[in-house]
Design a protein around this ligand. Structure first.
Ligand code: HEC
Ligand code: HEC
Length: 286
């Protein structure tokens, strides 16, 4: 039961406006020194109040359905949203009960109303507000710039890549170097395809990993050579950087590796890989 975010945002904004109306009417009715038409105001309050409750129940049901569908641990924001909605349900029930059946408590109603609105306001703004800001800033759904640099972690990205992308792909088929632009395009499409298995935050980590290690250019950066051509099969670099190999040993080795995975080690890269291995093992020998 997926409601497009545009509509759920619109409905929740109407919900907030109705709630605000309720509150304003009561401010006017109970707070002013002189009130002319208390009955009229109370009527307004009641009408907008019941509409507010109706919308809330509607959204609550949709929310429950969505929570049920969700099988991954939800984000802090969503957890807050659900907690506030549950609290709001209880507050509304209490408020309606008091105004109908417990007249002696009615003098506390105003504070009750404020609490209801406080919960409603927070509840809506942590989701609808988020959506509006996202729209307003026109950030692409997933962009490399979405998370602050310091939160991007290549190792984490690699783990997510292995875990999430392998449900549909043989990893070696999707690890060919690409430009940043091209990785962003691919990742956005994959996230849409794989929704909701891969969250935008995980996607950002994967994107970071791929951009850093599977970029284009002559060899990308050095680490990407091992990552791209060797680590798909080998666990770690220590095992394969054998120090006493000569250039011809390395050439022979890479040719053999290529037999195991011709699609991982393209023919035209062999020379470059051998150069890299010779350089790398000579360095660590010092
Ligand atoms: C739910 C299944 C699914 C998951 C999960 C998935 N993909 Fe894909 N991927 C596809 C399908 C289907 C295609 C072919 C259709 C297309 O390109 O849109 C594809 C195509 C691709 C391509 C080739 C695109 C091109 O234009 O050549 C790349 C690269 C790729 N995926 C990378 C990834 C990465 C990286 C991940 C992990 C973040 C991933 N995929 C996760 C289903 C998936
Ligand atoms: C498609 C999988 C695959 C890829 C990719 C791959 N290897 Fe291997 N590698 C193997 C297998 C399987 C063995 C064990 C059998 C053998 O030694 O022939 C191995 C063994 C090795 C050994 C041990 C050889 C020995 O004589 O002890 C070295 C060193 C090595 N690989 C280096 C590399 C390097 C460097 C790369 C990247 C350029 C690489 N491998 C890429 C599959 C792969």
């Amino acid at each position: 039961m997926g409601v497009p975010p545009f509509w759920s945002t619109l409905v929740s904004l109407v919900f907030l406006v109705l709630g605000a109306l309720c509150l304003l009417v009561m401010l006017a009715a109970q707070g002013r020194a002189q009130v002319e038409d208390y009955q009229g105001l109370a009527r307004y309050h009641r009408w907008s109040g019941w509409l507010f409750v109706l919308l809330f129940l509607l959204m609550f049901i949709f929310m429950l359905a969505r929570v049920e569908e969700q099988w991954e641990e939800s984000s802090a924001r969503i957890a807050m949203h659900v907690a506030l909605a549950t609290a709001l349900l209880l507050l509304i029930i209490l408020k309606v009960a008091i105004s109908r059946y417990f007249p002696k408590l009615r003098r506390h109603m105003f504070m009750f109303g404020v609490s209801v609105y406080l919960a409603a306001f927070t509840l809506v703004w942590i989701t609808a507000g988020y959506y509006i800001i996202w729209k307003y800033e026109e950030t692409p759904y997933l962009s490399h710039a979405e998370l602050p640099e310091r939160m991007l972690d290549r190792e984490l990205g690699k783990q997510f890549f292995i875990e999430k992308c392998s449900t549909c792909h043989l990893l070696e088929n999707i690890m060919h170097p690409r430009s940043r632009q091209s990785w962003e395009t691919v990742m956005t499409r994959m996230l849409e395809l794989a929704a909701p298995r891969i969250t935008p935050a995980e996607g950002a980590q994967i994107l970071h990993y791929l951009v850093e290690t599977h970029g284009p250019g002559p060899g990308g950066n050095d680490e990407s050579i091992l990552d791209s051509y060797c680590l798909p099969c080998h666990e770690n670099r220590g095992d394969i950087l054998i120090e006493n190999y000569s250039r011809s040993d390395w050439r022979e080795n890479v040719r053999r590796m290529r037999k195991y995975g011709p699609e991982i080690i393209p023919e035209e890269k062999v020379g470059e890989i051998v150069d890299f291995l010779v350089r790398e093992t000579a360095d660590s020998g010092l």
